[in-house]
Design a protein around this ligand. Structure first.
Ligand SMILES: *Cc1c(COP(=O)(O)O)cnc(C)c1O
Length: 371
C-alpha cells in the first residue's frame, strides 16, 4: 500500500481499496485525516522527544483531557495496546501485593484478546496462544464471556482483578448481555477486587459512545486505550482512579511512551471526536451500516451483531476467509475475524455512499460464493 485518504487505500499498482477495516479499527478518523496530519506536522517541527525524564505539554494536555473525558484520575502513556495492558497488569499486581495480601490472579474471559506480549498472550483467552512460548505466564483464570455469575464464582483470595473487553473485538465482535459491565462492577466492588476494562478496540467512539463503559454508566478502576487513540500513530494509555493507583514513577516507563509527537496525535483525535455532533454522526452511520449489512446478509442466512461502527456479519457456513479474499479482489477490505465471522470497522467518518458501495461489493462476493 502506498497512499491512503479517508476510507480509501491505494496500492503500488494504482488499485484502489475501500477500507472497512482501517488497520483493525485503528484509523478512527480514516486514512491521513487532515487534523491528524497537521497536528503531527506542526509538532514534528517543534519537538519530537525531549527524553522520557521530562514531562511535555501535549502529554500533560492529553492526560488532562482523557481524565476529564473518562472520569479516571491519572494516566500513563505507551506505544501499543499490549503495552498499556502490561501496565494494567503491573498495577494490579502491585495493588495486590500492597493491599490484598499478595493476591495477583486476574480473571479474564474465553475469547478475550489483549495483545501479544508474554503476559498479554497468557491473559488473552485464546488456547492457541497458550500453547506457544512456554512456560506460560502464571496468574490468569478464564471464564465464559458475558456471564457475570461465572466471574463471581471464579473469584478467590488470590484474585486481584477482573479484566474484560466491553465488546470482544478479535473474537468476532461478541456483544455481552446488557448490564454485564454493571454486574461486573457490583461483583468486583463487593469483593474488593479491581475492574479493568480493555477498551483498546472499543474506546474513542468506536461503539457509538466515547467509551463503551459509559453506555452502562459504570466506572472501571483501570482503563486501557490504544488503536483509535492515536488513530494511526502509535499511542496507547492506561488510566487509573486515584483510589486504585499505586504505581510510582519508574514502575513503568519507556523511551517513547508519552512523546510529544504521539500525544499531539492523541490530542487531535480527542478534539475531533468530542466536537459537537461527531458522536451523533457515528451513531447515525452505525445504524445505517447495520441496516445495509442486515439487507445484504439476509438472503444468505447471515445475521448481524455489533454497536456503533463495529459490526460483524455472522455467516451460516465457515466461508468468512473466502468472502474476505473475494472482497479484496473487488477492491474492498473486510476482515475474517473468525471462520464464520466478517468484521467491519470503518472510519468513524465513513459516508453513506461508501457504506452503499461496500454493500454492493459484499453482495456480489456473497452471491458468487453461493453459486
Ligand atoms: C488490538 C488490541 C490489543 C493489542 O493492541 P496492540 O496495539 O496491537 O498491542 C489489545 N486489546 C484489544 C481489545 C485489542 O483489540
Amino acid at each position: 500500500m502506498v497512499r491512503g485518504n479517508g476510507s480509501w487505500l491505494w496500492d503500488e499498482a494504482g488499485n484502489r481499496y475501500l477500507d472497512f477495516l482501517q488497520g483493525w479499527a485503528v484509523n478512527a478518523l480514516g486514512h491521513c485525516a487532515p487534523e491528524l496530519v497537521s497536528a503531527l506536522e506542526s509538532q514534528a517541527a517543534k519537538l519530537l522527544t525531549p527524553s522520557p525524564a521530562f514531562h511535555n505539554m501535549p502529554q500533560l494536555q492529553l492526560a488532562a483531557t482523557l481524565c476529564q473525558l473518562t472520569g479516571l484520575d491519572q494516566a500513563v502513556f505507551c506505544n501499543s495496546g499490549a503495552e498499556a495492558n502490561e501496565v494494567a497488569l503491573k498495577l494490579a499486581r502491585k495493588f495486590g501485593a500492597e493491599r490484598l495480601g499478595g493476591a495477583h490472579h486476574v480473571v479474564a474471559t474465553h475469547g478475550g484478546f489483549h495483545g501479544r506480549t508474554l503476559a498479554t498472550m497468557a491473559l488473552s483467552g485464546k488456547p492457541a496462544f497458550h500453547a506457544l512460548f512456554h512456560p506460560l505466564m502464571p496468574g490468569f483464570a478464564h471464564v465464559p464471556f458475558g456471564d457475570a455469575r461465572a466471574v463471581a464464582q471464579a473469584l478467590t483470595d488470590d484474585t486481584v482483578a477482573v479484566m474484560v473487553e466491553p465488546i470482544q473485538g478479535e473474537a468476532g465482535v461478541v456483544v455481552p448481555p446488557a448490564g454485564y459491565l454493571r454486574e461486573l462492577r457490583q461483583i468486583t466492588r463487593k469483593a474488593g477486587k479491581l475492574l479493568i476494562l480493555d477498551e483498546v478496540q472499543t474506546g474513542i467512539g468506536r461503539t457509538g459512545h466515547l467509551f463503551a463503559f459509559q453506555a452502562e454508566d459504570v466506572l472501571p478502576d483501570i482503563l486501557t486505550l490504544g488503536k483509535g487513540l492515536g488513530a494511526g500513530f502509535p499511542l496507547s494509555a492506561t488510566l487509573v482512579t486515584k483510589d486504585a493507583n499505586c504505581l510510582a514513577p519508574g514502575d513503568h516507563g519507556g523511551t517513547y511512551g508519552g512523546s510529544p509527537l504521539a500525544c499531539a496525535a492523541g490530542l487531535a483525535v480527542t478534539q475531533t471526536v468530542t466536537a459537537p455532533g461527531f458522536m451523533d454522526s457515528v451513531r447515525e452511520r452505525g445504524a445505517y451500516l447495520r441496516e445495509r449489512l442486515v439487507e445484504v446478509g439476509a438472503p444468505v442466512g447471515a445475521t448481524v451483531r455489533g454497536q456503533g461502527l463495529l459490526w460483524a456479519l455472522v455467516l451460516p457456513r465457515p466461508i468468512a476467509s473466502a468472502v474476505a479474499t473475494s472482497c479484496f479482489g473487488k477492491g474492498l477490505l473486510v476482515n475474517a475475524a473468525q471462520p464464520t465471522v466478517l468484521r467491519f470497522a470503518p472510519s468513524l467518518r465513513v459516508s453513506q455512499e461508501e457504506i452503499d458501495a461496500m454493500a454492493t461489493l459484499l453482495r456480489q462476493a456473497l452471491q458468487e460464493l453461493r453459486e
